[in-house]
Design a protein around this ligand. Structure first.
Ligand code: PMP
Length: 316
């Protein structure tokens, strides 16, 4: 974390080191907060930072806020604009990860969701979140996924990430790179903090949005670019555990995870155990898209420095 970076907190841009909450905060005591994860990719040739699907992340966040009755005085475009301003103030010249948080800010004992809410965000430099340059060794977690009628995984609710933390930690403690989490009915949900795709007979298959998953933005991006650029259709359907062992290729996807090839599940090799051909092609395509190299997808990439400079000049 860069010490001198600027965060947004309680309606102002302030040094990250000064952005502190009370130990009495409802969001801290009971996990009543919604978070997002957004990547910024720095393109050195264009000297530009591209924030990927920025407004889509905030649309999801505001929808998620409904789950725990958080109301913010911002719409998705306001939040996108504030984010651009924060990144411009930080003048990052490398890949970054932005962490917005909307939280219950009452300082009270008691679980009830009372009205007070606030919004904060910060950004940190980030390269890989998990390895993307080799095939990951993963396991099926002994922890089951939280359910829609317990803590809805469709929302990035801070408290429910204890479920992800348990799965991710168990996997690493047992010598694996990551975990795949099953639902209580025994079918595949997703990774600890990423969606999953399987390739069988040249087709992409992923779990449906009713399988207690987060409706991932990367998942959606992959379905679109694989179809448009590679002619590969995606299907969202229930996946059995044993189908994973027999898949031709497997990979995780997510804003943090990006496209991460999986080489084995529960010590069973996926094909030859190396990153699959289609996975590598999707990984390359995704990288080109997020870094602003593909004209067709530039609408997904919010340019920070040039556009902000033009806007600043216009306002001068
Ligand atoms: N599932 C979970 C549980 C996650 O935390 C994430 C990361 N946000 C994802 C999937 C991937 O979602 P996205 O592609 O929108 O980052």
């Amino acid at each position: 974390m860069t010490d001198s970076s600027i965060a947004f907190f309680e309606g102002k841009f302030i040094p990250l080191s000064e952005a502190k909450v009370s130990v009495q905060l409802h969001g801290f005591n009971y996990g009543t907060a919604i978070f997002e994860g957004i990547r910024g990719y720095y393109n050195p040739d264009k000297e530009e930072m591209y924030l990927f699907r920025l407004v889509d992340h905030y649309r999801r966040m505001l929808n998620n806020c409904k789950l725990i009755k958080i109301e913010l005085p911002y719409n998705a475009q306001d939040l996108a604009d504030l984010t651009c301003e924060m990144i411009r103030r930080n003048n990052f010249r490398r890949d970054i990860y932005i962490r917005p948080l909307a939280y219950k800010n009452a300082c009270q004992i008691g679980t009830k969701l009372s009205p007070g809410s606030d919004y904060t965000m910060f950004a940190v430099p980030m390269d890989d979140y998990i390895a993307t340059n080799r095939a990951l060794k993963v396991c099926i977690s002994s922890w089951r996924r939280v359910e829609d009628n317990s803590i809805p995984p469709r929302g990035k609710i801070c408290g429910s990430y204890v479920n992800s933390a348990l799965a991710a930690t168990e996997a690493r403690d047992n010598g694996f790179d990551e975990a795949i989490v099953l639902n209580n009915d025994g079918h595949v949900a997703e990774g600890a903090a990423m969606n999953i795709f399987m390739i069988r007979e040249g087709k992409l298959v992923t779990t449906p949005i009713t399988a207690n998953i987060l409706e991932g933005i990367t998942r959606d991006t992959i379905a679109k670019i694989a179809k448009d650029e590679m002619g590969i259709e995606s299907e969202a359907r229930q996946i059995d555990r044993s189908e994973l062992y027999m898949a031709d290729e497997l990979f995780f996807c997510g804003t943090g995870a990006q496209i991460a090839p999986i080489g084995s599940v529960d010590h069973r090799k996926i094909a030859d155990g190396e990153p699959g051909e289609i996975t590598l092609a999707i990984q390359k395509l995704y990288d080109e898209v997020v870094r602003g190299h593909k004209e067709k997808y530039l609408d997904w990439c919010t340019a920070i420095y040039k556009t902000t400079a033009v806007a600043a000049e216009a306002n001068a």
